[in-house]
Write a protein that binds this ligand. Structure first.
Ligand code: SIN
Length: 549
């Protein structure tokens, strides 16, 4: 492994090419700054293109900010920050209008053959929402947003895109033994095709690396979601909040060849009902036993209900039944999902869809304010990597694209307004070269693959939808062993993408386990049967972890 002594300088560094990263880069570049946008694969391989549902935003005259705030707070189970929720919800309409000006197309009522103003957006509904307020582009909303923003970034002369560059660590003064409060100077990144570690410097570094799905065996997330953003920020001394709140999406397609394809909650929004096969072989509804909103209850309730029904009955999956709708209507509203189901022989208009829960979203992350600012000067986190206080203990459906969009805008503005401060304490551009080993040992490659599989399996079995103290303690004992193994050989071996990702998923797994052990109650997405009740004294109390440097 070579370490390039050259230092690559930009005004701003942005890591991640989903909605949060692309919008951060655009806003910083449009204000005149030079921006390096780093992404570990091709630019459009993040989580955003997989987002189906849409953006929750108050655009209908019959809807109000208060109602969107209330639905968010109710889903968040006492852990949302109301000021943050209100701020993001109220900034939504302007941020969405900006997306539309940039060429993002949202499906209109006219396109759906509905009555009323034909140019108004068609609004979908999802779990926990009492109103239709989700703007969507068919059932590929994220892909449509990604298309428009990638094109805008590629056309912007102030943005240099580094594809196949995997961030390894952010560079902070505390880890270099430099005086003063901890501040971020830039980052090290592996140029994967050339096998070189490069040093990047910037006045600001924005981490928008998305989620942590690959920490679990089953997830709706793409392969890139290894929690790199949270792990890097933690190692740099950033505060990490509420990692016990991992959202399991209730309806991932159940099929051996397709274990991560999402069946959008919008399908339930259009009337699909969850059912399970009983002993007589009939499909019967069950959500009425769990929540007054039945199949449209908030996600934590639905995922736990499905888990419970599957364990109780021994069934391998449940079913989502929307067969009351015509094939024509389903093809119009859910063209992508319809085709994917057909590929495995399921015609949504005739057959109930087999589904199971899987990891979907991390409500916790790097603790930030609504501007994405962390406790480290110059280091920002936006999107799923961050924990602003919007989602609390359970994210309301389709609030994540809203948060990524609004907070990217806020964070770029905050950076622009604080440039004078960010220019201070730059230590004359000092950055030590990356220290790395050169050894290649095929045995160690086996260990990496083994550890990777082991983490994902025990996180699924012990730190999943249903937790107990004993399961969490078992998981803790295993992750400590794996962490020690990684620490022992990390510095001596060639830094490969697999090793970087293993280090990151191990760090994130331990953060999830430690946060779960620390919360001695059940709330929102975190259910521990040893503490089955919600403790009112812990409302608004975040679980905070940070590393002493
Ligand atoms: C979905 O379409 O069900 C996912 C939407 C979300 O996670 O917010």
């Amino acid at each position: 492994m070579k370490s390039n002594s050259e230092i690559i300088e930009f005004d701003h560094l942005v890591v991640g090419s989903g909605l949060a990263g692309l919008m951060s880069a655009l806003k910083l570049a449009e204000a005149g700054g030079s921006v390096a946008l780093l992404t570990k694969r091709q630019i459009n391989e993040g989580s955003t293109p997989h987002a189906q549902g849409g953006i929750a935003c108050v655009t209908d005259s019959l809807d109000t900010f208060d109602e969107h705030v209330k639905d968010t707070l109710d889903a968040g189970a006492g852990l949302c920050r109301e000021d943050v929720v209100r701020c993001i919800v109220e900034a939504g309409p302007e941020a969405v209008a900006d997306l539309i000006r940039r060429g993002v197309h949202f499906t209109t009522r006219g396109e759906m053959g509905k009555t009323g103003d034909q140019n108004e957006p068609d609004l979908g509904r999802e779990g926990g929402h009492h109103k239709r307020r989700v703007l969507h582009s068919g059932d590929i909303t994220g892909a449509e947003i990604e298309r428009a923003l990638v094109a805008a970034c590629q056309a912007n002369k102030n943005i240099t895109i580094y594809e196949h560059h995997m961030a390894i660590d952010v560079i902070v003064t505390a880890r270099l033994g430099l005086p003063g409060a901890n501040r971020c100077l830039g980052l090290y990144a592996l140029d994967i095709p050339n096998g070189v570690v490069k040093s990047f410097r910037g006045l600001s570094t924005t981490i928008a690396c998305g989620g942590v799905g690959k920490v679990y065996l089953y997830t709706s997330n793409p392969d890139v979601a290894c929690g790199g953003g949270v792990a890097m920020c933690y190692r740099a001394g950033a505060k990490i909040a509420n990692m016990e709140f991992i959202q399991f999406h209730p309806t991932i397609l159940y099929h051996p060849q397709m274990r991560s394809f999402l069946i959008s909650e919008a399908v339930r929004g259009e009337g699909a009902v969850l059912k399970i096969r009983n002993k007589k072989g009939e499909l019967v509804e069950f959500m009425d036993k769990y929540h007054p909103m039945k199949s449209l209850a908030p996600r934590d309730v639905v995922a736990r209900a499905i888990d419970n029904e599957m364990k109780r009955s021994g069934e391998e999956c449940v079913f989502l039944d929307i067969t009351h709708q015509s094939e024509e209507a389903l093809r119009l509203r859910f063209p992508n999902i319809f085709e994917k189901c057909l590929e495995i022989g399921v015609n949504m208009a005739k057959d109930p869809i087999p589904v199971v829960p899987a990891e979907h979203y991390s409500c916790g992350g790097v603790k930030t304010d609504v501007n994405g600012a962390t406790n480290i000067a110059g280091l920002y986190a936006v999107g799923e990597t961050a924990c602003t206080g919007l989602h609390g203990a359970n994210r309301l459906a389709s609030n994540s694209l809203l948060e990524a969009l609004v907070c990217a805008n806020f964070s770029a503005k905050h950076i622009r307004e604080h440039l004078d401060e960010l220019r201070k304490n730059q230590f004359d551009g000092f950055v030590p070269p990356w220290h790395c080993g050169n050894a290649v040992n095929s045995d160690e490659q086996v260990v990496i693959a083994h550890n990777w599989d082991e983490i994902r399996r025990f996180m699924w079995d012990y730190v999943g939808i249903f937790r107990t103290n004993r399961r969490l303690e078992r998981a803790k004992a295993r992750i400590v062993l794996i962490r020690k193994e990684i620490e022992k050989y990390y510095w001596d071996f060639l830094v490969t993408p697999d090793l970087i990702e293993l280090r990151n998923i191990a760090t994130v797994a331990e953060l999830i386990i430690d946060s779960s052990l620390a919360r001695r109650e059940s709330r929102g997405l975190h259910y521990n049967s040893d503490y089955p009740d919600t403790d009112p004294a812990l409302a608004e109390v975040d679980t905070l972890l940070s590393r002493k440097l």
